[in-house]
Ligand binder design. Structure first.
Ligand code: GCO
Ligand code: MG
Length: 410
């Protein structure tokens, strides 16, 4: 019997921090899992190193479900982003190994392809309408067939989702986690935001028409009543979805939003188990599950959430920012291919430095992502190069109300 012989927790920082788990079997097969939790990376690395790696040595790498249950139930302390990112990394690495051992890409092991590729959406943004239109056009030119739209809000400075560099031809930089010892601070005003966003979507529809799927991220900033107001105001512009309109931890608050607007709703990038979705799914309060494989316990757990969601006609829209490593992104793509209730996949391209460390085999053609057909996940990790990029502390910004400086949701 092949056993797990060695497990390495690899931290690198090719422009941004990533934590990767590498599992090696006694037959010399290796599997990779993503354990990156933006701004709290070393907590997951320590959880893995101190408490999970010793438990994995000697186990049978084939028994993915049993290992998942062993780590989830066995810890006694369940759920939470650190625990679930650590379990996800193990789960994904074991799927990678199973794929390599059987000679199959992971999506084949999950039931095979339900589609030719995963419709991807890219991020466009601008500080004003002309720069926003340039950014949208730039994404259309890159082949995107669905686009997220974020803009500055008059009277506020830097806000979530607006690229800091916007010169045509340059790579848009959307990375909000700054390499500073403490988080940077931003200012916020919900009323100004709610007033402004519908005017932006009106202008975008006038310029680009109604055929292009458009998305928007509210980043957990509104109350249920404010979110309902925004959802209603956006109805004429027929969004693909309005994401994270309220903070997600109070599931019941989405009832108010849902009863007031037909704008489709997506939520879940900071959720970590199926229980975070229980009310949202059974009451059909959302249209899309936003989880990442990396933050929700891995492929095994997210597949179960999606099977549960399927009963209620709720689809996937997995989280895919650049703080999910290419390993995490590849894992999402394999799941996207296999599940019936796929909706859309977020795709922010990683930097060239990141893609030198993580050699991927996924492709993007005609607006669709495909994980490729290499056995396993199809990602390789250049350890030597990775070791030349030392971990550098970086934090997501915090948000304060412009009016009086009180802390708000970022
Ligand atoms: C998204 C997300 C990200 C998060 C980031 C935090 O929709 O892609 O909101 O941009 O802010 O992943 O680490
Ligand atoms: Mg988001």
């Amino acid at each position: 019997m092949s056993t797990i012989e060695r497990v390495d927790v690899l931290v690198t920082s090719p422009g941004r921090n990533f934590v990767t788990l590498k599992v090696t079997t006694s037959d010399g097969v290796t599997g990779l899992g993503d354990a990156t939790l933006n701004g709290r990376e070393l907590a997951v690395a320590a959880y893995l190193k101190e408490h999970i790696v010793p438990l994995l040595i000697g186990r049978d790498p084939q028994n993915i479900e049993d290992t998942w249950q062993y780590l989830y139930r066995g810890a006694y302390w369940r759920r939470g982003p650190v625990t679930m990112a650590a379990i996800a990394a193990v789960d994904v690495a074991l799927w990678d190994i199973k794929g390599k051992v059987t000679g199959q890409p992971v999506y084949q092991l999950l039931g095979g392809a339900s589609r030719t590729g995963a419709l991807a959406y890219g991020h466009a943004s601008g500080s004003d309408l002309p720069s926003l239109f340039t950014s949208i056009q730039n994404h259309l030119d890159q082949g995107f067939k669905a686009i997220r739209v974020q803009t500055s809000v008059p009277g506020l400075g830097q806000v979530y989702g607006v690229a800091t560099n916007q010169k045509p031809g340059e790579r848009y930089d959307y990375e909000p986690a700054k390499r500073t010892a403490v988080p940077t601070e931003e200012a916020w005003d919900s009323a100004a935001y709610i007033e402004h966003i519908p005017t932006v979507f009106k202008a975008v529809r006038e310029e680009f028409g109604y055929g292009l799927p458009l998305l928007h991220d509210g980043h957990h900033r509104l109350t249920p009543n404010e979110a309902a107001t925004l959802g209603k105001a956006l109805e004429p512009y027929r969004l693909f979805w309005l994401e994270d309109c309220t903070p997600g931890e109070n599931q019941e608050s989405l009832r108010r939003v849902r009863s007031q607007t037909t704008t489709p709703l997506a939520i879940g990038e900071i959720f970590n188990t199926v229980y975070d979705y229980q009310t949202l799914i059974t009451e059909q309060l959302i249209d899309y599950v936003r989880s990442a494989v990396t933050h929700t316990g891995g492929i095994s757990a997210l597949k179960k959430i999606m099977d549960f969601a399927a009963i209620y006609q709720i689809k996937s829209g997995f989280h895919g920012p650049t703080d999910i490593s290419p390993v995490g992104q590849a894992a999402a793509l394999h799941l996207d291919m296999a599940i019936h209730n796929f909706g859309i996949q977020e795709y922010m391209k990683h930097s060239p430095e990141t893609l030198e460390v993580f050699k991927t085999s996924y492709t993007f053609e005609n607006g669709l992502l495909h994980p490729g057909d290499n056995p396993g996940l199809g990602v390789e990790y250049d350890e030597e190069l990775a070791n030349s990029y030392e971990y550098t502390p970086a934090y997501l910004p915090v948000n304060r109300l412009q009016r009086d400086g009180s802390m708000h949701d970022w």
